[in-house]
Write a protein that binds this ligand. Structure first.
Ligand code: FES
Length: 378
């Protein structure tokens, strides 16, 4: 147990100054401060045991079906149901589940089934041998009948359709490989609502693209474009009809899910296009911008890890602690949260509140050190 207080936290060992800048000499306050100084280090870790547990939103489902959905056999779709066959919480296109794997890893997977079906969820996972081990675990352990613990659904990539919060008159979908998963229910929604839409679906080769059979029903609204047949896609290939420029009376929305280079190409291409709404979801960490090197010390062992200017603290920590928890790697799920014991943090996440930051919370996947050294409660 490390009992050092975070430098930004409210310390209980120093009484506050009075209005005139002198230290208060209140006997009652002094007694309370002494008691707090003695008990606080013991109470704080104990409080997590004695305080009642809040509902953490975790639910256990069962794998009802497993289906290989890409020709290369590296993508498996899992259909999940409640053990009693009951209804599951509703969701909308773009939503995902947090999957708590048996090893303790947590991973986020987009829901790619039918939102109208309240009896099941469907996710799809590509096996990535050189990844963090989550996809391998899904492939190797989540067989039919296996229990699976989930949280959610949550939606960080909602679709806004005309008449429901968006002025768009036409939708352009751009999906790369397994990035098809959040897009798939969006296509059904667009079709059901009678919207004008088109899509380009890219990947290394056809055999790596999941759900080609399901997508066939949309006919030529979808362009399949693979690197082995046509080379890497250019911006014109990705934007399709939007690439010709602004058209009077047309308000396009783009929904894009894929790797960082593809998203950056689309973002750059649309920088000067105020007529286009861009919505996107990455499935890999964003690049580090304006990063500087710093050192992280893991307080439990004293190990020191150098964090390079273009890598995340998480990536550096994983070199010495491969099992450290993480999920989204984009600063929105909170899985990688740790407590800072010393050093100044350059917060780059979107979810921590000011009190949480002041208490030392730090998201290792995106945030960095504002100085040269951080000490983490790891
Ligand atoms: S891994 Fe999701 S916030 Fe860091």
């Amino acid at each position: 147990m490390n009992q050092r207080a975070h430098p930004h936290s409210t310390t209980m060992s120093v009484p506050p100054p009075d209005l005139y800048g002198r230290w208060r000499s209140d006997p009652l306050l002094a007694a309370a401060t002494t008691a707090a100084r003695i008990w606080w280090p013991f109470w704080r870790p104990l409080s997590s045991v004695t305080e009642p547990r809040r509902d953490d939103g975790v639910r256990t489902l069962r794998v009802a079906r497993r289906e290989v959905v890409a020709e290369d056999e590296d993508v498996v779709a899992l259909t999940l149901v409640a053990p009693d066959g009951g209804e599951l919480p509703r969701w909308h296109a773009g939503a995902h589940l947090d999957v708590l794997l048996p090893s303790g890893r947590m991973r986020e997977y987009s829901l790619c089934g039918d939102p109208a079906d309240a009896s099941s969820y469907r996710i799809a996972v590509r096996r990535i041998p050189e990844g963090g081990g989550g996809s391998i675990e899904v492939h190797d352990t989540l067989t039919v009948g296996a229990p699976i613990r989930i949280k959610g659904p949550r939606n960080a990539f909602p679709i806004a359709v005309p008449g429901h919060g968006s002025p768009a008159t036409t939708l352009r979908f751009i999906a790369a490989g397994i990035g098809i998963t959040p897009i798939l229910p969006m296509l059904s929604a667009a079709e059901r609502l009678g919207l004008d839409w088109s899509m380009v679906y890219t990947g290394r080769s056809r055999d790596t693209l999941p759900f080609l059979d399901e997508l066939a029903r949309f006919g030529d609204r979808i362009t399949i474009r693979t690197d082995d047949e046509s080379g890497l896609p250019g911006v014109a290939d990705l934007l399709g009809p939007l690439a010709d420029g602004q058209v009077e009376g047309v308000r396009p929305s783009v929904y894009c899910c894929g790797p960082v280079p593809l998203l950056e190409a689309v973002r750059q291409a649309l920088r000067e296009r105020p007529d286009v709404e861009l919505h996107y979801e990455r499935f890999s960490p964003p690049p580090v911008l304006d990063g500087r090197e710093f050192t992280v010390t893991l307080a439990s062992t004293g190990e020191q890890v150098r964090v390079g200017a273009t890598e995340s603290a998480l990536a550096a920590i994983r070199r010495v602690r491969p099992a450290v928890p993480y999920s989204c790697q984009q600063g929105f799920c909170g899985t990688c949260r740790v407590h800072t014991l010393a050093g100044e943090v350059d917060h780059r996440d979107n979810i921590l509140t000011e009190p949480e930051r002041a208490d030392g919370a730090f998201l290792t996947c995106v945030s960095r050190c504002a100085g040269t050294d951080l000490v983490l409660d790891l």
